[in-house]
Design a protein around this ligand. Structure first.
Ligand SMILES: [Zn+2]
Ligand SMILES: [Zn+2]
Length: 288
């Protein structure tokens, strides 16, 4: 068995639909946006909205360790523009509050883009933002997960070293974990189709951050070859990672013990197919 498997789920018909739909597509784990990801607005939920979601979590017997939120797209914690940076910090605070209302313990964020100002500048900017959010909201115990990203557009956090450097300089580092996205990692040159390279990657995560702080894996195939830096996700088995590549990656125990979330093209129907393919690979390995 793996710890969790699921997809990024739509919430347009309400948060309460997510647990049941997760089960319907063959999952027991999920990721959602806590608000419209293309908007700065992230208003607190009505009490009954949060309660209805929690009731469905209970009814479908889903574990909150397998429930994740993904931050909005406008947020850039590394932004050199003060107004944009302030808005990003405020929006992230609102997202933490929504997670708390829902009972979701993990909020995934892209570290940010330095927009040409350089990596060191960007990292210190991100650390300042996370310190500001967590100094106010650390008692809520919502963990921020820094996701590895594709190396493009001034993005910071495409290597494990960068994620570790951000985390190490934060005042509330115990509330900061990571997500590993296989497509972004492949874009950055992490060859997850190679056994030796996966072992090296996991050792690096363990040495610099701690494997217990790897809380989620975004399991996405890649439309482009290793090191392409394009950030184009493909359905499981249909990209350059491929079924054989995922078979190598999924054979590691540390991977099996981390919730696996697909962010592949399409919606529930396509994701059900992705989950089926992952389960097929897992059963070929002998873990499902
Ligand atoms: Zn992401
Ligand atoms: Zn991702």
């Amino acid at each position: 068995m793996v710890k969790g498997i699921g997809a990024h789920m739509p919430t347009s018909k309400g948060f309460h639909r997510v647990p049941k739909e997760t089960k319907e597509i063959g999952g027991n784990a999920f990721q959602i946006f806590p608000h419209n990801p293309r908007s700065w607005r992230a208003n607190p939920l009505k009490d009954e909205v949060a309660k209805r979601f929690q009731k469905e979590m209970e009814k479908e017997v889903l574990d909150y360790d397998n429930a994740f939120a993904h931050s909005g797209y406008l947020i850039n914690l590394a932004s050199p523009n003060d107004e944009n940076w302030e808005k990003s910090v405020e929006c992230l605070k609102s997202e933490v509050l929504i997670c708390r209302q829902l009972g979701i313990k993990y909020l995934n964020v892209h570290p940010g883009s330095h927009m040409g100002e350089g990596e060191a500048y960007g990292i210190s900017r991100i650390q300042k933002a996370l310190d500001e959010v967590l100094s106010e909201l650390s008692d809520l115990q919502v963990m921020i997960l820094l996701e590895n990203v594709a190396p493009k557009g001034g993005n910071i956090g495409y290597t494990i070293e960068q994620l570790a450097a951000i985390r190490d300089g934060c005042a509330f580092k115990e509330l900061i974990g990571i997500t590993f996205d296989t497509c972004h990692g492949f874009d950055a040159g992490y060859n997850i189709t190679d056994e030796g390279a996966v072992g090296e990657l996991l050792n690096k995560i363990d040495a610099l951050i701690g494997l217990d702080r790897l809380k989620m894996i975004h399991l996405n195939d890649s439309m482009n070859p290793l090191g392409s830096a394009k950030d184009r996700h493909a359905p499981i088995g249909e990209g350059y990672i491929g079924e054989a590549g995922f078979k190598v990656f999924l054979s590691f125990e540390a991977v099996q013990n981390t919730p696996l979330i697909v962010e592949t093209p399409g919606s529930n129907e396509e994701h059900a197919e992705d989950i089926k393919r992952i389960k097929k690979i897992l059963s070929a390995i002998g873990v499902m």
